[in-house]
Design a protein around this ligand. Structure first.
Ligand code: NAD
Ligand code: UDP
Length: 311
C-alpha cells in the first residue's frame, strides 16, 4: 500500500508511520511542522519507504501517483497549541480536510479522519457513546478546535454521501506516550516533566475532572484497524480507564519517585469535567480494544522523558 499521513511528523502521526513501515507499506508524510518535528521521524531518515513533504495542507496537498489510503491527522491538538493558532486550526480542519478528501476521492483511496472526543464538548452523557451529539460552545475558546473537527466530520460524511468516497471517522480520546512534545502543555507530558525536574505539578482547578488515557501503541493500532475495515463510524478510540487529574498526578509522582508538590492553578475555560469513551462499537466493529494498562504505559513514557531530559 501507499499511505499518505497528513500530520505524520506529530506525536500520533509518527507512531502511525512506524506501524505502516513495519507492515511494509510506503508512507508519504505531509506536515508543516507547526507542532510536529523532524526528530519524530529521524529514526526513519534512511528508510526509502518514507517520503516527507513539507506542506501546509490548508493550502496544498502536493502528492502525485497512486494512493491507497489517506489519514488526516493534521491539526494542532493540545489546548495551548490550538488556542495560540485559532485561525490555522479552523483552516486545517476545514480547507485542509477538504483538500485531503479530494486526494482520497480522486485516488479511490480510503480516507481516515482523526476526529476527537472534543466533539462531545463538556458531555452530558457519560461515558460518551457515538450517538451523543455533544455540548460544545462554538464561540468559547475551545470552539476553534471542537468546531473545526465537527466540520471535518461533516465534510468527510458529505464526500461519502455525495461522491461515494470510502471514509472512516475515528473519535480519539486522550492519548499519551513517547514523542508527546515536552512543552505542548498536555497533562501527561506536563506532569512527567514537572515530576522529573522536581517542579510542582500544575493541577488545574480542583483536579476532580476526569480523563481516560490511552497508550499510543494501542491507539494507532485502532486507527489502522479502522483504515483496514469498511466501517464508516464515527467510532470512539480510547481507553475507558477513567481517572481524575489528581489521580494522574499522584500516579506519576509515585512512578517517578518524585518529591514534587502539587500546585493548583485556575481551571481553563470550558475544560470538560468528565471524559470516558464507550468503546462497544470499536470492540464489536473493529475487534479492537486497548491492551496496555495505564501504569505500564506511563512507565514507558516516563523513561522516554527521562532520557530526553538527560540529553
Ligand atoms: P501533534 O500536534 O503532535 O500532531 C499534529 C501534526 O499535524 C503535527 O505534526 C503538525 O505539525 C501537523 N500539522 C498541523 N497543522 C498542519 C497543517 N496545516 N498542514 C500540515 N500539517 C499540519 O498532535 P497529535 O496528538 O499527534 O494529534 C494528531 C491528530 O489526532 C490531531 O488531528 C488531533 O486533533 C487528533 N487527536 C489527538 C488526540 C491525542 O490525545 N493525542 C486526541 C484526539 C484527537
Ligand atoms: N491539566 C492539568 N494540568 C496541566 C495540564 C492539563 O490539570 O498541566 C488538566 C486539564 O485542565 C484537563 C486535563 O488535565 O482537565 C487534560 O488536559 P489536556 O490538555 O491534556 O487535554 P484535554 O483533554 O483538555 O484536551
Amino acid at each position: 500500500m501507499r499511505v499518505v499521513i497528513a500530520g505524520g511528523a506529530g506525536f500520533l502521526g509518527s507512531h502511525l508511520t512506524d506501524l505502516h513501515v513495519a507492515r511494509g507499506d510506503a508512507v508519504v508524510v505531509l506536515d508543516d511542522f507547526t507542532t510536529g518535528t523532524q526528530e519524530n521521524l529521524a529514526h526513519l531518515a534512511s528508510t526509502a519507504a518514507v517520503e516527507v513533504i513539507a506542506a501546509d495542507v490548508s493550502v496544498e496537498v502536493p502528492v502525485t501517483g497512486a494512493v491507497d489510503r489517506v489519514y488526516n491527522l493534521a491539526s494542532p491538538a493540545s489546548p495551548p497549541a490550538y488556542l495560540e493558532r485559532p485561525l490555522e486550526t479552523l483552516a486545517v480542519g476545514s480547507e485542509g480536510t477538504r483538500r485531503l478528501l479530494e486526494l482520497a476521492d480522486t485516488s479511490s483511496a480510503r480516507f481516515v479522519m482523526a476526529s476527537t472526543s472534543e466533539i462531545y464538548g463538556d458531555p452530558m452523557v457519560h461515558p460518551q457513546v457515538e450517538d451523543y451529539r455533544g455540548n460544545v460552545d462554538p464561540i468559547g475558546p475551545r470552539g476553534v478546535y471542537d468546531e473545526a473537527k465537527r466540520f471535518a466530520e461533516a465534510i468527510t460524511m458529505a464526500f461519502h454521501t455525495k461522491r461515494g468516497t470510502d471514509i472512516g471517522i475515528a473519535r480519539i480520546f486522550n492519548t499519551y506516550g513517547p514523542r508527546l512534545a515536552a512543552g505542548d502543555g498536555r497533562v501527561v507530558s506536563n506532569f512527567i516533566v514537572q515530576a522529573l525536574r522536581g517542579d510542582p505539578l500544575t493541577v488545574y482547578g480542583d483536579g476532580l475532572q476526569t480523563r481516560s488515557l490511552c497508550y499510543v501503541a494501542d491507539l494507532v493500532a485502532g486507527l489502522a484497524a479502522l483504515g483496514d475495515a469498511t466501517v464508516i463510524g464515527p467510532i470512539n478510540l480510547g481507553n475507558p480507564d477513567e481517572r481524575t487529574v489528581l489521580e494522574i498526578a499522584e500516579i506519576i509522582l509515585e512512578l517517578t519517585g518524585s518529591s514534587s508538590s502539587i500546585e493548583h492553578l485556575p481551571l481553563p475555560t470550558d475544560d470538560p469535567t468528565r471524559r470516558c469513551p464507550d468503546i462497544t462499537r470499536a470492540t464489536e466493529q473493529l475487534g479492537w480494544r486497548p491492551s496496555i494498562k495505564t501504569e505500564d504505559g506511563l512507565k514507558v513514557t516516563i523513561d522516554h522523558f527521562a532520557e530526553l531530559l538527560d540529553r
